[in-house]
Write a protein that binds this ligand. Structure first.
Ligand SMILES: [Zn+2]
Ligand SMILES: [Zn+2]
Length: 353
């Protein structure tokens, strides 16, 4: 086993000890130069999905009813919440708790997005945080955009991913009967929720044709996949690093818009147990936080964990890349012009400026 993979590089939830990433030298996290074993079944299925999705997009603008497109958008949002608020923030990171009706709703939404059961998704994601940018990271961004976006699903997993995945504690997830049942009956329930119902509903309720309903739904599914995959690819490659410049994940606005608020990835890898997955409170680029806040208001979500401003400030000053906004007077990023041009009233002595 290469020694570097045993280095833990990230925290998962609020009980996890923070481990500094500073000591991990870039050269030891280079991906192993191995021959990838392709999984042709997945390559063919995804090739079909992309072709069918483009056809669905074409139909949206040519023959599908407007209601079908609006419905597809609605399902994209719903499925997205199943991944972002559900699998990611609730289950993989335990950043808040939810009563059973919300867990059931999120499990439904999650199945609509068809990205594997929550238990399997969370195992991969916990390994991703624990061993970020190493061979044990299922979507190791050190292998480039294509691999971290979709390529990792088109080949066999690196043995390290499997080995480290087995060591990840998933007992909390197995304790939830909703997740146990989702995993057990996934192959029966998923096709119904992700494909049959979204195709049947437009046909039944507003007389859409099978062709339009089927292909527009495939576009919706493919769009959700690509939006969430951008978090693993684009948000690990491009953007600023105001919280920790020693890690790859970055702040990416475009990804946040598409992935319902999951693009603030430098913050997220620094404080993965924050239910907002970002410092920003603006709902316009974080629909998932609005979703969780709404359910907290009606009492279905509780114990929402968030990072204090003071903790963020300390971290920004310690490991940030300097792109964070100015904290206040004397911040190292405060412009000299502002510093010198400020009016200081009631000045007592130069020692206090
Ligand atoms: Zn990540
Ligand atoms: Zn995460």
């Amino acid at each position: 086993m290469p020694p570097y993979v045993s280095h833990v590089t990230g925290v998962l939830d609020e009980n996890d000890e923070e481990v500094s990433t500073k000591n991990i030298l870039p050269e030891v996290t280079k991906p192993e130069n191995r021959k990838l074993q392709l999984v042709w079944r997945n390559i063919i299925l995804f090739a079909y999905l992309y072709l069918a999705s483009f056809y669905g997009l074409y139909l949206m603008f040519t023959s599908a009813k407007l209601a079908t497109s609006i419905f597809a958008y609605f399902l994209y949002q719903l499925g997205g919440f199943g991944i972002t608020a559900g699998a990611h923030r609730l289950w993989a990171h335990r950043s808040f708790k939810a009563k059973w009706p919300l867990r059931l709703l999120l499990a439904f939404c999650n199945t609509l997005a068809f990205e594997d059961s929550v238990i399997d998704w969370s195992r991969d994601h916990r390994v991703h945080h624990k061993f970020s940018e190493t061979d044990a990271d299922p979507y190791n961004a050190k292998r480039g955009f294509f691999f971290s976006h979709i390529g990792w699903l088109l080949c066999r997993k690196h043995p390290q991913v499997k080995e480290k995945g087995k060591q990840i504690d998933l007992s909390d997830l197995y304790q939830d009967p909703i997740l146990r049942y989702q995993k057990k009956y996934y192959l029966f329930v998923m096709p119904v929720i992700c494909f049959v119902l979204p195709t049947a509903a437009p046909m039944y309720f507003w007389g859409e044709s099978f062709k339009n309903a089927f292909f527009v739904n495939l576009f919706r599914y493919c769009f959700t996949l690509n939006s969430t995959w951008l978090v693993n690819s684009a948000a690990h490659l491009w953007g600023s690093k105001p919280y920790d410049k020693f890690i790859n994940p970055a702040e990416n606005f475009a990804v946040s818009v598409l992935a319902l608020g999951e693009g603030w990835h430098n913050f997220h890898h620094t404080f993965p147990w924050d239910y907002k997955a970002s410092e920003l409170g603006k709902y316009s680029v974080n629909f998932s936080s609005a979703f969780i806040d709404f359910f907290a208001k009606i009492g279905w979500a509780y114990d929402l964990k968030t990072v204090s401003e003071d903790l963020v400030k300390k971290r920004v000053l310690r490991t940030g890349d300097g792109s964070h906004h100015v904290w206040g007077w004397g911040d190292m990023d405060q412009a000299l012009e502002d510093y010198e041009g400020a009016i200081i009233k009631h000045r007592k002595s130069d020692d206090f400026n």
